[in-house]
Design a protein around this ligand. Sequence first.
Ligand code: AP5
Length: 222
Amino acid sequence: STNQPLKVMISGAPASGKGTQCELIVQKFGLVHISTGDLLRAEVSAGTEIGNKAKEFMNAGQLVPDEIVTAMVTARLSREDAKEKGWLLDGYPRSFSQAESLEKLKIRPDVYVVLDVPDEILIDRCIGRKLDPVTGKIYHLKNIPPETEEIKARLVTRPDDTEEKVKSRLDIYKQNAKSISSTYSNIMKKVDGNRPKEMVFKDVESLLSQAKGEKVKTATSG
Ligand code: AP5
């Protein structure tokens, strides 16, 4: 069939703009967005068993144990919508063993996008980040302010967005980044994430369009 849905992984340090780019990718490409951070935060606020286990780790800026996250992701990836529309995996894999888990299940993306942003910018982005609990949209008090006073009044802050916790999250990211990218080196695309979100998206969009085009070619030539 020529209708092979696109499979995308997006990676990058905390606050590199993954969630922000994912909003734009979903609008344009209609992929199913699977964010392990969002899934875990939903479990925490619903007070589920998973949420109760995950909470301490998240609030301390540490990784949640692999087995919890991997079970959650593989269950979500196997649902019908993800198979039909394609998927956009955000925040997973985050360790070598998570990458191995997907490889074992033969779950591979067509393209692996890495957002590149300098450390000092990341800290500022985390500290200014605000979430809209109603729409799930991500804002930044200075860079990407809310559209109305009504939205502004209901915005919330993530408990792991303090300077100290961001530094710990960034350290953990750096410890793992190399070993994960080795799994995907042949499909890895670095994007300069230190530009306005629309400019970053132009590059992301062209990478995804290209990957989509290549899928169609392979499917029709085979
Ligand atoms: P997760 O939610 O995945 O956090 P993260 O990777 O630290 O990424 P962030 O959500 O902080 O940032 P982002 O890159 O999405 O940036 P955003 O678009 O919001 O994970 C949270 C926790 O869950 C982990 O610490 C861990 O405990 C647990 N967890 C999750 N996955 C796990 C896994 N696989 N294994 C184990 N544990 C796991 O943007 C950031 C800010 O910058 C916003 O304010 C935004 O408005 C602004 N901004 C975005 N783009 C721009 C731009 N171009 N210019 C200026 N400002 C911008």
